[in-house]
Write a protein that binds this ligand. Structure first.
Ligand code: ADP
Length: 231
């Protein structure tokens, strides 16, 4: 419970600021447009409206992150494991992945005969979806994103790789920290508040696994997580 309270206060401090910035832009532009005594030419008005739309999208993404964040409380409280495989998880999230990576080339190599693992299918699906979502955000359209799974000793390793901007080595250690972003500007443009990877880490650790990243700036990133194979 203590952990949840800490989460809540960290979240409130960080998020109220993130919400205020787009909100005041929207409010300011709407105020400007609503003035009856000023006639804006249509191109200027169109520009204002586009900004309102973009800032609303930002708000929307922050709110989605908040929803995920509140889900983490549920994760901290319960993981419902069952005997399953990562290929079943991939089938469950197939449509979502296809939609997320619609502007990329998605390569999937998750054989159906991989060993069974004791997992919460929904939560592990959330981890893979989050990693693929990040891969799409930080790589050019048209480049390849791969999801692969293989065994390594007594672990099942799932890997999500991209050919994107990569992560500078000095940030690697902190990348899974809550609210951590390499470049606030980049994240802010798309409204992320830096919680996706911390949620992945919480979920994976609840499964007695680990999550890590190998990355080369300018070349791409490879996010891996391990799950213990049922003995
Ligand atoms: P968010 O995406 O909301 O900012 P995350 O916790 O998912 O938060 O990611 C934290 C930061 O890690 C991102 O802001 C970005 O700087 C970096 N990052 C995550 N995934 C990738 C990736 N595939 N390639 C490059 N950087 C990444």
């Amino acid at each position: 419970m203590l952990e949840i309270n800490k989460l809540r206060s960290a979240l409130l401090a960080n998020v109220s600021h993130e919400l205020k910035t787009p909100l005041s832009a929207i409010r300011g532009l709407a105020d400007t447009l609503v003035q009856r005594d000023v006639q804006w030419d249509s191109e200027v008005a169109q520009g204002f409206l586009s900004t309102i739309k973009r800032e609303s999208d930002t708000l929307n993404r922050i709110i989605n992150d908040l929803v995920q964040m509140s889900q983490i409380e549920a994760v901290l409280l319960s993981i419902e494991r069952q005997n399953s495989t990562v290929s079943v998880v991939m089938i469950n999230i197939k449509e979502e992945l296809r939609d997320l990576a619609k502007n990329h080339e998605l390569y999937v190599n998750v054989p159906s005969n991989l060993p069974m693992v004791d997992i919460d299918e929904v939560r592990i699906g959330q981890v893979i979806t989050n990693l693929v979502k990040n891969a799409t955000h930080f790589s050019e359209n048209g480049t390849m994103i791969s999801v692969e799974a293989a065994t390594e000793n007594d672990q099942l390793i799932t890997t999500v790789s991209d050919h994107g901007i990569g992560i500078p080595p000095e940030h690697i250690d902190r990348i899974f920290d809550r609210f951590y972003r390499v470049e606030p500007g980049v994240a802010r443009n798309r409204g992320g508040i830096g919680v996706g990877l911390s949620i992945c880490k919480t979920i994976v650790e609840k499964h007695d696994g680990n999550i890590w990243v190998q990355s080369q700036p300018g070349k791409g990133s490879k996010f891996c997580f391990s799950l213990p194979i049922d003995s």
